[in-house]
Design a protein around this ligand. Structure first.
Ligand SMILES: *[C@@H]1O[C@H](CO)[C@@H](O)[C@H](O)[C@H]1NC(C)=O
Ligand SMILES: *[C@@H]1O[C@H](CO)[C@@H](O)[C@H](O)[C@H]1NC(C)=O
Ligand SMILES: *[C@@H]1O[C@H](CO)[C@@H](O)[C@H](O)[C@H]1NC(C)=O
Ligand SMILES: *[C@@H]1O[C@H](CO)[C@@H](O)[C@H](O)[C@H]1NC(C)=O
Ligand SMILES: [Ca+2]
Length: 567
């Protein structure tokens, strides 16, 4: 009972002190990302993740077509009206504005009638496939916030792949396959986004939903962002906090909605039938009137603004971060490794601001002066061997050696290969395991100090035992300050002269007696003594000793049981 009380007291202390350590600075981190909102309780601050607002990203896009000469009109050609193979007197002529269909018309303001559109050449080279790549590049990482919507002016293609790149077009991954017959076109079972779930949300599917061909009126193709969000945020996206919680912890999910480029791969135009009518190849082409991409600049939750500079989007980085995506710490602010901010407000999330470099704090002057700046350190990355407990090291010129900085997971040492004091090595974990160091958890009252041996055994004070020094040896009893010898136990150590043993801590003596075991007459302690009736003359002074101590112990216990103020 005592033990659990004192252990909880200990954790309370730890909690209080760590809150005092981090609370003000964490609060400060979110300062730049709060707005005042009005609630029933009046004006309050709403803390939010630092991210720019979502907007129409099409304004900032650069488009590339492959092959480059795939746009119709050079030389001029005729094509058939959509849905009517016998009205083939429409003309595309790149040199006449009214008859031209350049790529820009995919991005202009739509909503008027008739719509404006880009159009490809017709499939005159049939049976050679009519392949077109439309690549949209932002030269900036963006996070999609709404469905990608592509509106066709011709029939929707029989086969198409939407692809994305996360590395400015160096590598490409499919985002979604679209076909009138998924099995035939891509050897995939047809699926709809509604067949997915939280667990399969990252699956790349082939859908037949948008490819019902030539004859229908519907012209639109979606890539469903919102339906995917809804697996986490509920059907009407009420619970965005839940989505953000997932995004915070699941990098794959975050990356899924992140792009630098999109590519629409048109693989086979709408035919409306199984076979292609070779007599009327001017029926077959691609035409797109509109493309919508909504998203926000990815600033790693370190910026609320994103500006356009020289036709390029750039985050307006806060928290002393820098780079187009706020992806690193500013010079002289590399005191700890960069990390992204958090979607979650305090107390769960922090902004992870960059802190001044070690050399500018100056731990030890000698060390600080010989520590190269972290920018240079990055070049030493090969030499940075920290078993995964740090990704930063410093070159110490004086010793001509590289040491790891800010070892995490309770490690320490040149290569983060040792456990911090108060931790011991987990024998079943490899050195690069996050669990490699285990807290000693030495009982603060029963142990000599907070360190333990390599098996986790703590060094115990007198009368104390157990691996964590939280048990008492026989003849001892747990008090607020550890194990104390039993005062009385009614077996070997009886209270005398009719005294009763209270909690093994003290004897409660009848009024006439005193002493640890009530072994003395009270009058012995008074001036003048007991008038010669003393049973043990000369021991009066000793009896006074334990009195205050025995009183003190319950008092301490009382104090300890009171919760600290303000919690
Ligand atoms: C379209 O892009 C893909 C890669 O995403 C490439 O393999 C293919 O050859 C390109 N097609 C054309 C017509 O450029
Ligand atoms: C992308 O932006 C960088 C500046 O960060 C610039 O140097 C580069 O030329 C840009 N690339 C394109 C294709 O615009
Ligand atoms: C960035 O560093 C400057 C200079 O130390 C400091 O004044 C400022 O508050 C820091 N910004 C943030 C958001 O911490
Ligand atoms: C020791 O490491 C293993 C392997 O990582 C882990 O499963 C276990 O929980 C660790 N033990 C403790 C007490 O942390
Ligand atoms: Ca248009």
């Amino acid at each position: 009972m005592y033990l659990s009380r004192f252990l909880s007291l200990h954790t309370l202390w730890v909690t209080v002190s760590s809150v005092m350590q981090h609370y003000p600075s964490v609060w400060g981190h979110y300062d730049v990302c709060k707005t005042q909102i009005y609630t029933e309780e009046g004006k309050v601050w709403d803390y939010m993740a630092c991210q720019p607002e979502a907007r129409d990203m099409i304004k900032y896009v650069k488009v590339t077509l492959d092959p480059p000469d795939i746009t119709c009109g050079d030389p001029p050609e005729t094509f058939c009206a959509m849905g009517n193979p016998y009205m083939c007197n429409n003309e595309c002529d790149a040199s006449t504005q009214e008859l031209a269909h350049p790529p820009e018309l995919m991005f202009d303001l739509e909503g008027r009638h008739p719509s404006t559109f880009w159009q490809s050449t017709t499939w005159k080279d049939y049976p050679k496939p009519l392949h077109v790549n439309i690549t949209l590049s932002w030269n900036k990482t963006i996070e999609l916030t709404d469905n990608i919507v592509i509106t066709f002016e011709s029939g929707r293609p029989d086969q198409m792949i939407l692809e994305k790149s996360l590395d400015y077009g160096r590598t490409w991954q499919p985002y979604q396959y679209y076909a009138t017959d998924c099995l035939d076109a891509f050897h995939m079972d047809p699926k709809s986004v509604r067949d997915l779930s939280q667990h399969t949300v990252l699956e790349i599917i082939c859908t037949e939903e948008y490819s019902t061909g030539y004859m229908t009126n519907s012209k639109i193709i979606h890539f469903e962002i919102k339906d995917r969000f809804a697996f986490f945020a509920g059907p009407r996206l009420h619970n965005m906090a839940s989505l953000y919680g997932q995004l915070d912890t699941t990098k794959k999910l975050r990356d899924f909605f992140t792009i630098t480029d999109l590519r629409i791969r048109l693989l086979r135009p709408a035919t409306g039938e199984i076979y292609v009518d070779e007599q009327h190849l001017a029926r077959y082409f691609y035409a797109i009137s509109d493309i919508r991409v909504y998203g926000r600049c990815k600033c790693n939750l370190h910026a609320t603004g994103c500006k356009e500079e020289n036709k390029r989007l750039l985050c307006e980085c806060e928290h002393n971060t820098t780079g187009p995506d706020c992806g690193k710490c500013k010079k002289n602010y590399q005191g700890r490794p960069w990390s992204a901010g958090s979607y979650l407000p305090i107390p769960k999330g922090t902004a992870n601001i960059c802190i001044p470099s070690i050399s500018s704090i100056g731990i030890a002057p000698k060390l600080a002066m010989s520590t190269v700046s972290s920018v240079q350190v990055a070049n030493h990355k090969r030499d940075c061997e920290c078993f995964g407990h740090s990704n930063r090291c410093s070159y110490i010129e004086l010793l001509n050696t590289v040491i790891c900085v800010s070892c995490k997971h309770n490690t320490r040492g040149q290569h983060c290969e040792l456990c911090r004091l108060g931790y011991f090595r987990n024998a079943s974990a490899e050195l690069d395991d996050e669990n490699v160091c285990i807290d000693c958890y030495c009982n603060p009252f029963g142990s000599v100090h907070d360190r333990c041996n390599d098996r986790g055994f703590c060094e115990c004070k007198e009368g104390t035992s157990g691996p964590k020094c939280d048990k008492c040896l026989p003849g001892y009893i747990w008090h607020s300050l550890g194990c104390q010898p039993n005062v009385c136990d009614n077996e070997l150590l009886h209270c005398q002269n009719g005294g009763t043993c209270i909690n093994n801590v003290r004897c409660q003596c009848p009024p006439a007696y005193t002493g640890i075991l009530c072994e003395k007459l009270r009058c012995e302690r008074e001036p003048g003594g007991c008038g010669g009736r003393s049973s043990a003359p000369g021991r009066a002074g000793e009896g006074a000793g334990p009195g205050p101590r025995l009183l003190l112990l319950p008092l301490l216990a009382l104090l300890a049981a009171r919760p600290p103020r303000g919690c």
